[in-house]
Write a protein that binds this ligand. Structure first.
Ligand code: COA
Length: 353
């Protein structure tokens, strides 16, 4: 890697933000002034939105879900796509600034949940279910997707949505801020962000994490499977992070949420996941002694969302529905104070003559 080029923009500070602090060395995540461990499980997703969007009153996403459901006929063709992220990207892209009304953040965040749930239903050849605006956002997302939505699963999904709502200058958030920095509109910014989140190096990993657990089958096979994967030059999904040099703090929060859920529904998956994580960590440490490659948020996302009955293909779309809150906060900040983001590039092609 050339040291005079900021390849991957690692360590480059491009903005000031009040949304979150990601301390990669300490493994600490602060979202809008609250430690993640304090937030997830204690504050709802709506309360987290209020903090992120700096609202004095608790955000109510119910009316936004109702309005979004009314727009479904217009975006139904996009939702027919077999890839959930393509469907979400296409459907969100068809929203107009006029559709957002006065509260664009709530409209986009409410719409994301409705669109993801509708896609889950349509993929299962079932009709989309209308929202119940009186319910909490997490419970209603599960209900609209046709999944169990009583207190335990709703609390677990709520903890998940809060945990992944915001995370510093990750690739999709940066994408949203780049678009917003041109003074473009929020719909364009979050549509681009969805495209960035889709990639397996960012939000596309939890489905493959489950594929890995399926392939490993039992803990005693983990080491051989991981060694073979690395020999084939594949990455172990759910391991490694650009910023964290310790275990991703979100992994612990999600692991705890699964354990709570498991008090009623024992999950062998969690045992297998823990074994695979331990072995992967050991094998990767031996291969990369100078680089801590530990579990990231996607590892236990996979186990949690599976336990909630979310289909594997919908894992990244559900992630997007949560991260919409963070994207909106960053877009607002960028629109308010940010300068056009326009880095440079060094030309190494031929010159005429
Ligand atoms: N499995 C195997 N090797 C890995 C790895 C993984 N999950 N993550 C990183 N490495 C290796 C790289 O191959 C590289 O090896 P090299 O120096 O021999 O080329 C070294 O570790 C450093 O990796 P690097 O590419 O610099 O890390 P990054 O900061 O650019 O990448 C991720 C971060 C998240 C993209 C990367 O860890 C990854 O691809 N993880 C798997 C996908 C995933 O879980 N994504 C969700 C992220 S929240």
């Amino acid at each position: 890697m050339r040291t005079d080029i900021a390849d991957g923009l690692e360590g480059i500070v491009v903005a000031e933000t009040r949304t979150s602090l990601v301390d990669g060395a300490a493994g600490r995540l602060v979202i809008a002034g609250r430690d993640l461990e304090d937030l997830a499980g204690n504050a709802s997703f709506e309360e987290t939105c209020s903090l992120l969007w700096r609202r004095p009153a608790r955000v109510d996403l119910g009316p936004a879900r109702v309005r979004a459901f009314e727009l479904l006929p217009r975006v139904q063709a996009a939702l027919a796509r077999s890839d959930g992220m393509e469907a979400l990207r296409g459907a969100v892209a068809q929203l107009s600034t006029a559709d957002l009304g006065e509260d664009g953040n709530a409209s986009l965040t409410g719409a994301a949940a409705v669109l993801v749930a509708a896609w889950i239903r349509l993929a299962a050849r079932a009709q989309p279910l209308p929202p119940d605006p009186a319910r909490g956002h997490a419970a209603d997302l599960l209900r609209m997707a046709g999944l169990p939505h009583d207190a335990d699963p709703a609390a677990a999904l709520d903890a998940y949505l809060v945990t992944v709502s915001e995370h510093g200058m990750n690739a999709s958030t940066f994408t949203a801020r780049v678009v917003a920095s041109t003074a473009s509109d929020p719909v364009s910014a979050v549509t681009a962000a969805i495209g960035a989140l889709k990639g397996p190096r960012h939000g596309g990993a939890p489905g493959p994490v489950l594929d890995m657990l399926d392939a490993v089958k039992t803990g005693d096979r983990a080491r051989a499977w991981i060694e073979a994967e690395l020999a084939a030059k594949n990455r172990i999904m759910g391991m490694g992070h650009r910023v964290y040099r310790v275990r991703d703090p979100r992994a612990a929060v999600l692991e705890r949420a699964i354990t709570r859920l498991g008090e009623r529904r024992p999950t062998q998956r969690l045992d297998l996941a823990r074994t695979v994580e331990r072995v992967a960590e050991e094998v990767l440490a031996a291969r990369h002694p100078g680089r801590a490659l530990r579990a990231n948020v996607e590892f236990y996302t996979a186990v949690l969302l599976e336990a909630l009955g979310v289909p594997r293909a919908a894992f990244t779309p559900v992630f997007a529905a949560a991260r919409m809150a963070g994207w909106c906060a960053h877009v607002a900040e960028q629109l308010q104070s940010g300068r056009l983001i326009r880095p440079d590039v060094r030309y190494i092609g031929a010159l005429p003559g």
